[in-house]
Design a protein around this ligand. Structure first.
Ligand SMILES: [Zn+2]
Length: 476
C-alpha cells in the first residue's frame, strides 16, 4: 500500500507512493513509530475509498488504528499500492546495464517514486556482455532487490530498432534465447522479440515452455503474424503503439491483434511523449484496465534531469525531459517514474477513472446472480465488484422499457411492474401527483384524483379567497 511521501521513512521497504508532488506532503513528527494517515483517497483491490485511513506500524501497514498512533492528515492526496514496473532500464543517473552499485542506485531512484516491484530491463548489446549482466542481475534478484530480468533485444527487427544498436541485432535463435535464460538462473521474467523474424515462433514456444514471458515488441509483424505469435504463447505487448507498425484500416498490424486478444497484457508508456492521450484511451477501452500495464521504460535520466547519458552503447541527449539518441534523434526510453504515470492517468488522461466509473455503473446495473436488490446496489456503489456479485454467469437481458406510463426506470422491480403490477412507490412516499411521464402522456393516475373531502376543502378555500377579494374591492 502506498502512502504520502511524509511517511516514506516509516515505509522504507518501499510500500509508498503518492500522486502529488513531494513538496506538498505533510511531514510526520520525528520519532513517531505508529502513524495513521487520514483523509486520503485510498485505492484498494476492491475499489477506491474516498476518505480512508491507513496505519503504519514501523515498516508495515497494520490497517488498524491504535490509540497511540500519530495522526497525519493527508486530505487531497491518493494512497495507492506500491507500483510494479515490468520494463525499466535505469534511473537516478545509473542503469541496469552497469555495476551492482549502479543497479542499486537505479532501484533507489525509482523506490523514491513509489515503485516497490521492479523488473530490470537490459538493452541490445553483445551476447557475451548480456550473459555476464544476466548473472549479476540474477544475484540481485535472488537477494530480493529486483523482481527479475527483462531482455529487450537483441532479437528485434532492424526496421523497428528504436534506440538499439542495429549492428548488434540478430534473429531470435532458440539456442541463444536458451543461453540467456540459463544465465539468468531462473530470474528471467520476460524477453522482447520480433516474432516475425526467422526462429521467432520457435523462440516464443521455448520461452513459454520455460515459464518466461514472450513479449511482442520492436516488431514489423503483420496482424496474422502477431496472431500466430500469440497462439504460440506470447502474452505481452512491449510498449504498445511504439516501435511497431501503426493501426491501418487495410493492414491492422500487431496493434489490433494485441489489443483484441484477452490473453495479452499491453504495456503503455504514459509520459505524454510516447503516446497521445487518445491512443491511451483507445487501449483502455479495448483492453480494459485489467490488461493494461503502465511501464516507465525509464533510462538513466529518470529522477535526475536533462543532460547527456548512455543507453547501452548509444549516446542519448535529454532535453526538457525527453530522451533522444544523439545520432538520428529517435526517442530513447523515457525519464518517467511510475507515480507520474499514475498521476497523469487519474488527473490528465482520466482514462483509469473513466474506466472505473463505467465499471461501477455496469456493476450497479447488472448484478448477475444477486437477488438482494437495492442493498446490493448500495454496496455496488461503494465497491465496483462486490464478492457476491462476481458470478461469471451470462448477463441477464436488459429489461425493455414498458409502455405502461406508470412504470419507468429499470431494476428488479421493473419487470414485475411491466408484467401488470401497478407502480405504488409514490403513494408510499406520500406523493399525490402522478409521475411526470403519466402527466405528459395526458393520462390521469387514480392517485391524482382528489378525494371528496379534499375537493370540499379546496372549494371552501377558493370561495373564501373570492369573498376576501370582493370585500377589498368594495372598501378600496
Ligand atoms: Zn525499453
Amino acid at each position: 500500500m502506498a502512502t504520502a511521501s511524509g511517511a516514506r521513512d516509516a515505509t522504507s521497504s518501499g510500500s509508498a507512493a503518492c500522486a502529488r508532488p513531494a513538496t506538498t506532503h505533510p511531514q510526520p513528527a520525528s520519532g513517531a513509530r505508529r502513524q495513521t494517515l487520514v483523509g486520503a483517497r485510498v485505492v484498494l483491490p476492491t475499489g477506491t475509498v474516498p476518505d480512508g485511513s491507513i496505519t503504519i506500524d514501523g515498516t508495515r501497514i497494520s490497517g488498524a488504528t491504535p490509540a497511540d498512533a500519530h495522526v497525519i492528515d493527508v486530505s487531497g492526496h491518493w494512497l495507492v499500492p506500491g507500483f510494479v514496473d515490468i520494463h525499466n532500464h535505469g534511473g537516478g543517473g545509473a542503469s541496469f546495464s552497469g555495476t551492482a552499485d549502479d543497479v542499486h542506485k537505479a532501484i533507489h531512484a525509482h523506490r523514491r517514486h513509489g515503485t516497490t516491484t521492479l523488473v530490470a530491463s537490459t538493452v541490445t548489446d553483445d551476447m557475451d556482455l548480456l550473459v555476464q549482466q544476466a548473472g549479476l542481475l540474477s544475484e540481485l534478484a535472488e537477494q530480493g532487490d529486483l523482481a527479475g530480468i527483462h531482455f529487450e533485444g537483441p532479437f528485434i527487427s532492424p526496421c523497428r530498432k528504436g534506440a538499439h544498436s542495429e549492428e548488434l541485432l540478430r534473429d531470435p535463435d532458440p539456442a541463444e534465447v536458451r543461453k540467456l535464460i540459463d544465465a539468468a538462473r531462473g530470474k528471467a521474467k520476460m524477453v522482447t522479440l520480433a516474432t516475425e523474424l526467422p526462429g521467432g515462433i520457435d523462440s516464443v514456444r521455448l520461452l513459454a515452455e520455460h515459464g518466461v514471458i514472450a513479449a511482442v515488441g520492436h516488431t514489423d509483424a503483420t496482424y496474422e503474424q502477431t496472431v500466430e505469435a500469440i497462439e504460440a504463447g506470447a502474452t505481452v505487448a512491449t510498449h504498445l503503439f511504439n516501435a511497431m507498425p501503426t493501426l491501418g484500416h487495410r493492414s491492422p498490424g500487431p496493434i489490433a491483434a494485441l489489443l483484441e486478444d484477452e490473453r495479452v497484457t499491453v504495456e503503455l508508456i504514459n509520459d505524454g511523449v510516447h503516446l497521445h492521450p487518445a491512443a491511451l484511451e483507445l487501449a483502455f477501452r479495448h483492453a480494459g484496465a485489467g490488461r493494461v500495464a503502465f511501464i516507465t521504460d525509464a533510462m538513466d535520466a529518470a529522477g535526475i534531469g536533462d543532460g547527456r547519458y548512455l543507453l547501452g552503447p548509444l549516446e542519448v541527449e535529454v532535453s526538457e525531459g525527453v530522451a533522444r539518441l544523439v545520432e538520428g534523434g529517435a526517442i530513447a526510453g523515457s525519464t518517467l517514474t511510475m507515480d507520474r504515470a499514475f498521476q497523469r492517468a487519474v488527473t490528465i488522461d482520466r482514462c483509469w477513472t473513466r474506466w472505473a466509473r463505467r465499471s461501477r455503473r455496469r456493476w450497479a446495473r447488472w448484478r448477475p446472480g444477486c437477488r438482494s436488490g437495492s442493498s446490493c446496489r448500495r454496496r455496488s456503489r461503494r465497491s465496483p465488484s462486490p464478492p457476491r456479485c462476481r458470478s461469471r454467469r451470462r448477463r441477464p437481458p436488459r429489461p425493455r422499457r414498458s409502455a405502461d406510463p406508470w412504470c419507468w426506470g429499470h431494476g428488479p422491480g421493473h419487470r414485475r411492474r411491466a408484467a401488470g403490477g401497478r407502480w405504488r412507490g409514490h403513494l408510499r412516499r406520500g406523493r399525490t401527483r402522478a409521475p411526470r411521464s403519466a402527466r405528459s402522456a395526458g393520462r390521469t393516475h387514480p392517485a391524482a384524483v382528489p378525494s371528496p373531502a379534499r375537493t370540499a376543502r379546496s372549494a371552501a378555500a377558493a370561495a373564501a379567497v373570492r369573498t376576501g377579494a370582493r370585500r377589498r374591492r368594495a372598501h378600496g
